[in-house]
Design a protein around this ligand. Structure first.
Ligand code: PHE
Length: 341
């Protein structure tokens, strides 16, 4: 039995020395000292010994147990210390490493122009309205006096959601005129900026999605002179006092009379160049006096009230503001381009 104990002691101590985790140590403790452990098994055989042998063997067995327990505890502490050391090393925070730099963005140039325009109109007593980009054909066309069969209602021009052409992506911000007339009390002065969609191929001057700003004023005695005065004020505030404009007669189903406003080309000063396609002028908006049928359809008596409306392309204004010649630059989001502004 003495031999057995010595062999057990050596084997268990060396196993403890080479254990490398708390779990391995616990397994060893169960293996040797547990209820069904090897040392326990040896102790159980004490009863077979003679009365003379028993005290010495008992003493020896207790010594072995005590040693095992001590080494288990010591090894446990060493393993815990090593684990802590490893944790501290792997989690060190080097406060001298330069931090990750945040790149701060800035406003897109087109929205800077939009903000300027909003400011100008707010200063003249206008409200800013927001409205749906997914629109009923009724609002995008019918209530604006655009009859069935009008070319702009074609599937080749407009993105429709439903086969019956009932729901579409708005092709213009003009349906906001109807929304404003239906929901606001008179007199009305609003602008409504937003995205519009048309089935156009992308090129230097076209995009299937672009931005318009709708403007509208309705009151008693409003005339075309108010429209021209307002628009001239706006472009001069935007581009400077010396900006030259011209109004040309045009046709829109929802205004009568209708016109387009051109601004003299910023590149050539009116002589004609590639930017203005040799015209010397750049068309910036369509406008006119709101058609009596449209007013009446929205419950406003055209014999008492009159109003004007305009719709301008925001991208074009931004291009002019920043002397950019290609519309695509506005949408491509190339930061090398955008960071110049
Ligand atoms: N909605 C017209 C367009 O997209 C512009 C416009 C708006 C014309 C308001 C007259 C009045 O071309």
């Amino acid at each position: 039995m003495k031999e057995l104990l010595r062999e057990l002691k050596e084997r268990s101590l060396s196993a403890i020395e080479s254990a490398d985790s708390a779990q391995a140590l616990e397994e060893l403790r169960v293996k040797y000292l547990g209820k069904k452990g090897e040392l326990t098994a040896v102790l159980k055989q004490m009863g077979k010994l003679s009365a003379e042998e028993r005290p010495a063997m008992g003493q020896l067995a207790n010594d072995v147990r005590a040693q095992l327990e001590r080494r288990l505890a010591e090894r446990g502490e060493a393993i815990a210390a090593a684990a802590l050391e490893h944790k501290l090393k792997s989690e060190t925070l080097d406060v001298t490493i330069p931090g990750a730099e945040y790149r701060l963005g800035h406003r897109h140039p087109m929205y800077t122009v939009l903000d300027e325009i909003k400011e100008i109109f707010i200063g003249m007593g206008f409200d800013i309205l927001d409205g749906p980009e997914v629109e009923l054909g009724e609002y995008n066309f019918t209530k604006l006096n655009i009859d069935e069969g009008h070319p702009s209602r074609e599937w080749t021009d407009t993105f429709y959601f439903t086969p019956d052409s009932r729901v579409c992506l708005r092709t213009q911000t003009s349906p906001m005129q109807v929304h404003a007339m239906e929901t606001r009390t008179l007199p009305i002065r609003i602008i409504a900026p937003g995205r519009v969609y048309r089935k156009d191929e992308v090129d230097a001057t076209h995009s299937p999605m672009f931005h318009q700003i709708e403007g509208m004023a309705i009151d008693k005695g409003v005339t075309m002179a108010d429209l021209k005065g307002t628009l001239n004020t706006v472009v001069r505030r935007l581009y400077g006092e010396n900006t030259v404009t011209r109004f040309r007669p045009h046709h829109f189903p929802f205004t009568e009379p209708s016109c387009e406003m051109d601004v003299q080309c910023h590149k050539c000063g009116g002589v004609g160049c590639p930017t203005c396609k040799g015209e010397g002028w750049i068309e910036v908006l369509g406008a006119g006096m709101i058609h009596p049928k449209v007013l009446a359809g929205c419950g406003i008596d055209p014999d008492v009230y009159s109003g004007w409306a305009f719709g301008m392309g925001l991208e074009r204004l931004a291009l002019r503001s920043y002397k950019i010649s290609d519309l695509r630059l506005i949408f491509e989001n190339d930061t090398r381009f955008l960071e110049q502004f």
